[in-house]
Design a protein around this ligand. Structure first.
Ligand SMILES: [Zn+2]
Length: 335
């Protein structure tokens, strides 16, 4: 990304093994994330920034210290590099690994090849090479599914619970899927777009709320006997969406916030009197990856339907434009 609104595909040098714990992968498919739109729209800085942090691919080369992976393995990776051995990783917070780095910052997987540091701790291999029909779902696990899943877990979604989901982008839709898989009784998707409402229902939403802000909160209260939801997944990252999430939760409720926060300031008074649990941040996708890969492999879940546009990598700029203009929920990039 040369600058806001200016995405170009160009030749770069092939990555090489630099550390013994590295792997180099040939990327089989990549995609564009809602969070890539923040710099595209000029809300985050971008100056010749490599792009992309979601990826699946085939291991082409491994460093001498890599034990769990072999050349030829098909792998899914998290959007944060992790060693998966430090105390923070072992506690399940691989996105805050002491050796953690964001793939988006320095690697950029909207590319043909990528060097993945701490390969054993970052990548998960599939049982065999997947057929083409499974690749979109495995790619979704790399970020949006893993992030929606963390949102649902952080929101304490489960049997007997009503889960409200703020945000109808890919992560919100994956939050709906995760809430259903975790056994939620009722799932309220907050969306005003017909195509996204339909997908939310496909993934398990039982109710749709079109209103936003205070009116949206009122609707959720109406649907929950005036109490609010047990669990709320916040998947946008703005002041309005965060307050909508907090106000939609019942006393003692849980909010899993996974929308990348932009200029959100929480007011102490309302927060104090809300008596809610807040838990979120960059999702430790690596914690969930082995389980998610298995569920996809066994055809229990179909997260790949979240991609509604497929383009060759060379046309990535059109994918950004389509998502920016909301013509597409999420763009898949073929290689
Ligand atoms: Zn770690």
């Amino acid at each position: 990304m040369y600058g806001p609104g200016d995405v170009r595909v160009e030749e770069r040098e092939d990555p090489k093994i630099e550390e013994p714990t590295d792997a180099v992968i040939r990327v089989s498919a990549s995609c564009i994330c809602g969070s890539d739109l923040w710099p595209y729209r000029g809300f985050d800085p971008a100056d010749h920034q490599v792009m992309g942090h979601e990826y699946v691919g085939v291991v082409e080369e491994v460093g001498s210290a890599v034990r769990e992976l072999e050349v030829g393995d098909f792998v899914v990776g998290s959007f944060v590099i992790s060693d998966n051995t430090c105390e923070i990783c072992r506690a399940g917070y691989q996105s805050k690994c002491v050796h953690g780095t964001f793939v988006a910052e320095s690697i950029g997987t909207q590319a043909e090849r990528a060097r993945i540091p701490h390969a054993d701790g970052t990548l998960v291999r599939t049982p065999e090479h997947p057929g083409p029909e499974l690749i979109p779902s495995l790619l979704a696990a790399s970020d949006v599914l893993g992030t929606g899943w963390f949102g649902a877990v952080a929101a304490d979604a489960g049997p007997g619970r009503t889960v409200a989901v703020v945000g109808d982008g890919a992560v919100g839709l994956m939050g709906v899927l995760a809430a259903r898989e975790l056994g939620a009784e009722r799932i309220i998707a907050m969306s005003r777009h017909a195509d996204r409402q339909e997908l939310a229902r496909f993934y398990g939403a039982t109710d749709i709320v079109e209103e936003r802000g205070e009116a949206g909160v009122e609707k959720v209260r109406e649907l929950t006997g005036g109490l609010g939801a047990h669990s709320v997944i916040e998947a946008v990252g703005t002041q309005e969406s965060m307050m909508q999430a907090i106000d939609s939760a019942r006393p003692g409720g849980h909010i899993g916030y996974v929308g990348v926060s932009h200029d959100v300031e929480l007011p102490g008074g309302p927060l104090f009197f809300s008596t809610v649990h807040l838990h979120g941040g960059p999702a430790p996708v690596r914690r969930f990856l082995p389980d998610l890969v298995r569920r996809i492999w066994d055809r229990e879940i179909d997260p790949g339907r979240v991609f509604d546009l497929s383009l060759p990598l060379e046309e990535a700029a059109e994918g950004y434009a389509a998502m920016d203009e909301r013509r597409s929920i999420k763009a898949f990039l073929t290689l």
